[in-house]
Design a binder for this molecule. Structure first.
Ligand code: NDP
Length: 400
């Protein structure tokens, strides 16, 4: 029997919800490219309920315990005295969410002698030292596509919020003010702007598609080019590298995974090649941007705004400068964990576990590392290596 260690974010401060604003969520038949949604034999939760916090347990307890497995759920993930660190040495499977990542550094993996499977309840397995997972023969999986559209919607919202200066205007009302000039002296339309995506994978392409009706000029860069028919349909310009893309764009949306090629991609040098007064929306991973370079660019006016929901480390320390820098539209890491997305990734985790326990192959699309090498989506979209360096700083949030 296996021991499954699951790290989820804390319940709401007011307690686990007894009711929800809506009674159901829409039922989707497939993802936009035809890929099927998760197909577990069964689910033991109500789609639309809060599953990503500790009491939600991803709806897995009944399924795991009736089979005799041990299921431990905690939010206490950082530091040597954390529940996670204490339970890790004899865990067979770790489940973690990017929103509240249980960093699996090489030091932690060295202590986890029994660990065979790491499941990301979401997309993005950069919180795992993939190099160490490869050398230890640990399988790493994620629930590809489960929240890509959730994020794409958030990106469009963030672009409009920044360019139209929505958040300061909202604050004006809450603060009982009415100075319209204050609100509009940084407000523009996106119509006619050049908007580019770094990567045109599931999220990047969905962002481009959603922006097309705004009559903007679309751009992208990626390691693999989109089919010609899609480039024509969207009238989108391909750039062979990110430098070329940022030099023409007014708004840049970052949608690539974090791996050694993309770590600190947006540093002082790249930002200096952007048009003055550009906006960046980064919902991919905080570490793709160099933290202090973003702050400097907002202070100097090189950037007119920065938004997104991803930080490094997570949770962000209370003194993280992105909380207080000018002209930002940051949220905690929420875009991929709407109640709608949770139903999909909880079902996807269940599908992966069912396959694992029944000795059936896990979908290729869900594999990042398998049998000692990058596999499936991992082989297509990642490069091997480690991007967890510095993650121990996440403990600062608990202490402050
Ligand atoms: P996909 O795998 O569908 O797309 C990733 C794309 O990034 C691929 O097209 C890949 O290219 C491209 N890419 C990889 N490296 C580079 C590079 N160096 N330069 C340009 N493009 C590159 O994943 P999704 O679109 O679903 O998700 C993307 C990322 O977004 C995730 O890895 C995760 O980090 C983040 N994410 C954030 C969420 C949130 O809640 N904020 C939720 C979900 C995801 P190719 O395959 O052609 O090599």
């Amino acid at each position: 029997m296996a021991k499954i260690l699951c790290v989820l974010y804390d319940d709401p401060i007011a307690g686990y919800p007894k009711t929800y604003p809506r009674t159901d969520i829409p039922k989707l038949n497939s993802y936009p490219d035809g890929m099927s949604l998760p197909t577990p034999h069964h689910i033991d939760f109500n789609p639309g309920d809060l599953l990503g916090s500790v009491s939600g347990e991803l709806g897995l307890r009944k399924f795991l315990e009736t089979q005799g497995h041990t299921f431990i759920v905690t939010s206490d993930k950082d530091g040597q005295n954390s529940v996670f660190e204490k339970e890790l040495p004899d865990a067979d499977i770790v489940i973690s969410q990017p929103f509240w990542p249980a960093y699996l550094t090489s030091e932690r993996l060295a202590k986890a002698q029994k660990l065979k499977l790491a499941i990301t309840a979401g997309i993005g397995s950069d919180h795992v030292d993939l190099e160490a997972a490869i050398s230890r023969g640990i399988t790493v999986t994620e629930v590809t596509y489960c929240n890509s559209i959730s994020v794409a919607e958030h990106v469009v919202m963030a672009i409009l919020a920044l360019v139209h200066n929505y958040i300061p205007s909202y604050k004006t009302v809450v603060n009982k003010g009415w100075n319209i000039a204050d609100c509009v002296s940084r407000a523009y339309d996106v119509e006619g702007m050049n908007i580019g995506s770094v990567a045109a994978g599931r999220i990047g392409l969905a962002v481009l598609r959603r922006l097309k009706p705004f009559d903007v000029k679309l751009h992208y860069t990626d390691r693999h080019r989109l089919p010609e028919s899609i480039e024509k349909e969207l009238n989108v310009t391909f750039h062979p590298n990110v430098e070329s893309l940022v030099s023409v764009c007014d708004v840049v949306s970052i949608n690539c995974p974090l791996h050694p090629e993309t770590e600190h991609l947006f540093d002082d040098d790249l930002i200096s090649k952007m048009k003055r007064g550009s906006y960046i929306v980064n919902t991919a991973r905080g570490k793709i941007c160099e933290r202090d370079a973003i702050v400097r660019a907002l202070e100097s006016g090189q950037l007119a705004g920065y938004a997104g929901d991803v930080w490094f480390p997570q949770p962000a320390p209370k003194d993280h400068p992105w909380r207080t820098m000018p002209h930002h539209g940051m949220t905690p890491h929420v875009s991929g964990t709407t109640l709608s997305a949770q139903a999909r990734y909880a079902a996807g985790v269940r599908e992966i576990l069912e396959c694992w326990f029944e000795n059936r192959p896990i979908r290729e699309q869900y594999l990042i590392v398998n049998q000692g090498k990058l596999a499936g989506m991992g082989a297509y979209s990642y490069s091997a290596g480690n991007t967890t360096g510095g993650s121990e700083e996440a403990e600062k949030f608990k202490k402050s």
